[in-house]
Design a protein around this ligand. Structure first.
Ligand code: NIG
Ligand code: FE
Length: 408
């Protein structure tokens, strides 16, 4: 028997997009959700709601609002010092991202500003960025290191990411990305830097509990497949899952490489080949689409969305929020861009920012509105789910519920 006190929160008069099953919004008109202990205890039609749920501590009449799972941004570089607005202007004047990177700008420029910033500085800078994402319904956020590129600064970035989650009351998953660029002290010695990462930095960060996953930038301007594989072998030996910035600027076989290590995700993937797509399908690796970077770099090569569909590779959508290639602080806008630029359907984009993003983070406990999952929910001032991708900007979020508690 269910005791009345067992429910903490009950939503009624909601239009639910449950995303139950593998396709469709899972729409339920006149739906209700009851939560207990931070989890969804009931989700379904109001007519089937257990009476006890109406005596929940908090009963919320949604007034017909659309309710979706809270959004999940599964790829960000939210912690960094400085900005790269000057490089934005240089690019508008014709310089390419690669030229700027080779001339000592790009990631190295953010590295200098990040190294110079204290832990409190970095936290203060990242907080408003994270709050901007939350205003768009985000309750789970991945944050990468990769602008420190030395022992202290990489660990500092990861600690800031952990603190952000604590301060904001949302889930932050940390990803170790020391293999993002070669720091100046290792110029001409990329293999030595990779050895330092594998022998010292990653084991130290992991020992301090700061790493949820390991990423690398496998690209002609960054690290080779062989160097990436070495980082991945170390990660797997430490019991950590991997993901990869793969095939963004050219096909280096990155998607197939990360799949070989049972990777959670291959991200960017514009140049991924048919073999790469098949490898991802075989290993259950998610394709993370990052339309903000595609837009800002004026890329023209489309990710192989149709091939992902044909082979059943789940597609996630994320902001890639970073100071260089994607200063994008709205996951809804990323969803809209994924529809407009990559021709995702709004339903695919919503799954991409919820259940498929959860999978890209190895979080099977969220991303759909079904009993047993975390009660992370977003209430929206819209009539139909497609509006989440249709409106560019605007304050569409009515309420964000995290683990059964209204936090905004
Ligand atoms: O995801 N590609 C590598 N990392 C980032 C860009 C980082 C930067 O330019 O600061 C990305 O696009
Ligand atoms: Fe990125």
């Amino acid at each position: 028997m269910t005791s009345a006190a067992a429910f903490d929160l009950c939503l009624i008069n909601a239009r639910l997009a449950t995303l139950e099953g593998e396709s469709g919004y899972g729409l339920l008109e006149d739906g209700a959700v009851a939560c207990r202990g931070g989890r969804i205890a009931f989700a379904g039609l109001r007519s089937a709601l257990p009476d006890a749920a109406l005596t929940a501590h908090n009963v919320l009449d949604c007034g017909g609002a659309l309710v979706t799972p809270a959004l999940i941004d599964c790829h960000t570089h939210l912690v960094f010092g400085g900005d790269r607005a000057g490089e934005f202007e240089q690019r508008l004047n014709g310089a390419s991202y690669e030229e700027i990177a080779r001339a000592g700008g790009g990631i190295a420029s953010s590295m200098r500003a990040t190294r110079a910033a204290s832990e409190d500085d970095l936290l203060a800078l990242a907080l408003p960025r994270a709050r901007a994402l939350m205003r768009d319904g985000v309750a789970t956020l991945e944050i990468k290191s990769g602008y420190g590129l030395d022992h202290d600064s990489e660990l500092r970035m990861l600690r800031v990411a952990r603190r952000l989650g604590q301060v904001l009351g949302i889930t932050v998953k940390t990803t170790f990305l020391a293999a993002h660029a070669l720091p100046p002290e290792y110029a001409g010695r990329a293999d030595d830097y990779i050895a330092f990462i594998c022998d010292e930095l990653l084991p130290a960060a992991a020992a301090q509990g700061l790493v949820d996953a390991v990423d690398a930038f496998c690209e002609r301007i960054a690290f080779s497949p062989k160097q990436t594989a070495r980082v991945f072998s170390t990660a797997r030996a430490l019991g950590l899952p991997v993901k990869l910035h793969a095939d963004q600027l050219g096909d280096s076989g990155g998607a197939a490489l990360v799949a070989r290590f049972d990777g959670l995700s291959a991200d960017h993937v514009e140049y991924t080949s048919e073999d790469g797509v098949r490898a991802m399908a075989n290993r259950g690796t998610v394709a993370v689409l990052l339309p903000g970077a595609f837009l800002c770099l004026r890329e023209t090569r489309q990710p192989p969305v149709d091939r992902f569909r044909v082979h059943g590779v789940p597609m996630a959508v994320a902001t890639d929020a970073n100071p260089g290639t994607s200063p994008l602080l709205s996951l809804r806008l990323a969803m809209a861009l994924a529809c407009i630029q990559f021709r995702l359907t709004p339903e695919e984009a919503l799954r991409g920012a919820t259940c498929h993003a959860a999978r890209a983070l190895g979080l099977p406990d969220r991303g759909r509105i079904v009993p047993g999952l975390r009660a992370d929910l977003a209430l929206w001032n819209v009539g139909q789910p497609a509006e989440l991708c249709y409106w560019l900007g605007g304050d569409l979020l009515q309420k964000l519920i995290v683990s059964g508690r209204c936090i905004g």
